[in-house]
Design a protein around this ligand. Structure first.
Ligand code: NAI
Ligand code: MG
Length: 362
């Protein structure tokens, strides 16, 4: 059946990097028979300029109907002072909320040619391929009560509340186990059950689900503080890491810096599967709209192109196509091509389109 992709390229370098991802997508349509229709919509500052809001209801409906949404980046100084509904981030947040994207996937993939750009030694990061699955819509960022109260005498008290239900834990763990089956078949579940009740519940529910449905996947458990250490000491021990919103926020940022530049990092956010097995999905580079280099043709398109690889693997079940794309990126880097953000001595500096060309050629 024909698949549907909605592209929202956004602002700044968004359209420049998405343009390259779309060219690669076109290659898969032509050369690999990938049966897909593509539509474009506005989200972010560009949408505010045209419609007075950062995302329209019609675009939200199209995003829900699509098999996958590809987002470039939104925002820029031009819209820093517009009212809330017009703010570019409000468009992105509404998209995430209305599509109920509760699972955030942040891979950390280290290409051999860039291993020396990592903050760690080459032998620790070369060939690294881990996936952090972060719960995105629950936990301490959203739990109630959430307040600052005045206790008198100049004393104040701040409260945030960590809350997780069985349902929330099971659905994020299910995403992690499913992903593991498409990768190295190992899951590390991360919490702090030694000091947190939500950690105990997390540990127990993940173990139950594992026994019920995923006994073929190897499951291990680790305390979050130890996980932070292990990510820096020996990151290659991990395949899929599943954790809550707060720990996932911190651990995914640690993991991403093992691999080099912001311009290299893809991400995905997934919703629940419906009765037909279709899940809402949004794929996007981790970086923003980079107003400092927008319009100069210098942006690195690799984060967007690797986001397409994630979509091929996780939404469209085309793992071989995704492998091919990652191999092409690896080869281009090994040949010495670099955009400005990942430039190293002795390498050849290229712009956005030339990088796209080189990846297409490989
Ligand atoms: P940014 O990620 O846009 O840029 C940070 C630095 O990294 C800049 O020096 C930029 O030139 C560089 N950079 C980023 N992506 C690059 C790429 N693909 N190739 C080469 N260099 C790249 O973050 P910043 O500057 O904090 O935010 C700029 C705008 O983007 C703001 O309006 C912010 O709100 C928005 N933003 C949007 C996000 C999204 O749409 N998901 C995420 C983060 C920021
Ligand atoms: Mg963060």
């Amino acid at each position: 059946m024909t698949k549907k992709i909605l592209i929202v390229a956004g602002d700044g370098i968004g359209p420049e990097v998405m343009g390259e991802a779309e060219r690669v997508l076109g290659w898969y349509k032509q050369k690999r028979g990938f049966d897909v229709t593509v539509e474009h919509e506005l989200v972010g500052g560009c949408c505010y300029d045209k419609h007075g809001v950062a995302v329209t209801d019609a675009t939200i409906e199209k995003a829900k109907a699509a098999d996958a949404v590809f987002l470039g980046a939104v925002g820029g100084p031009k819209w820093d002072n517009v009212p809330y509904e017009g703010r570019p981030e409000a468009g992105l947040l509404r998209l995430r909320k209305d599509l109920e994207l509760f699972a955030n996937l942040r891979p950390a993939l280290c290409f051999a040619a860039l291993a020396d750009a990592s903050s760690l030694k080459r032998e620790i990061v070369e060939g690294l391929d881990i996936m952090i699955v972060r719960e995105l819509t629950g936990g301490v960022y959203f739990g109630e009560p959430k307040e600052i109260t005045d206790l008198g005498n100049g004393e104040r008290r701040g409260v945030d509340t960590q809350v997780y239900t069985t349902h929330e834990i099971r659905r994020i763990a299910e995403v992690a186990f499913d992903l593991a089956r498409k990768r190295g078949n190992r899951v590390m579940s991360v919490e702090k059950r030694n000091v947190m009740k939500t950690g105990v519940l997390w540990y127990e529910e993940v173990a139950k689900l594992h026994a019920e449905k995923f006994a073929d996947v190897k499951l291990d458990n680790m305390l979050a503080d130890n996980c932070a250490m292990q990510l820096v000491r020996n990151p290659k021990q991990f395949d899929v890491i599943v954790t809550d919103n707060l720990f996932g926020d911190v651990l995914s940022d640690i993991a991403s810096m093992l691999t080099g530049s912001l311009g290299m990092l893809p991400s995905a956010s997934l919703g629940a599967k419906d009765a037909n097995g279709k899940a809402n999905a949004m794929y996007e580079p981790v970086h923003g709209s980079a107003p400092d280099i927008a319009g100069t043709g210098a942006a690195n398109p690799i984060a967007s192109i690797l986001s397409l690889a994630m979509a091929l693997r996780y939404t469209f079940d085309r793992g071989a196509c995704a492998d091919l794309l990652e191999k092409a990126v690896d080869a281009v880097l090994a040949n010495g091509l670099r955009t400005g953000d990942i430039m190293q001595p002795g390498m050849t500096k290229v712009g956005t389109v030339a990088m796209g060309d080189a990846i297409l050629k490989e």
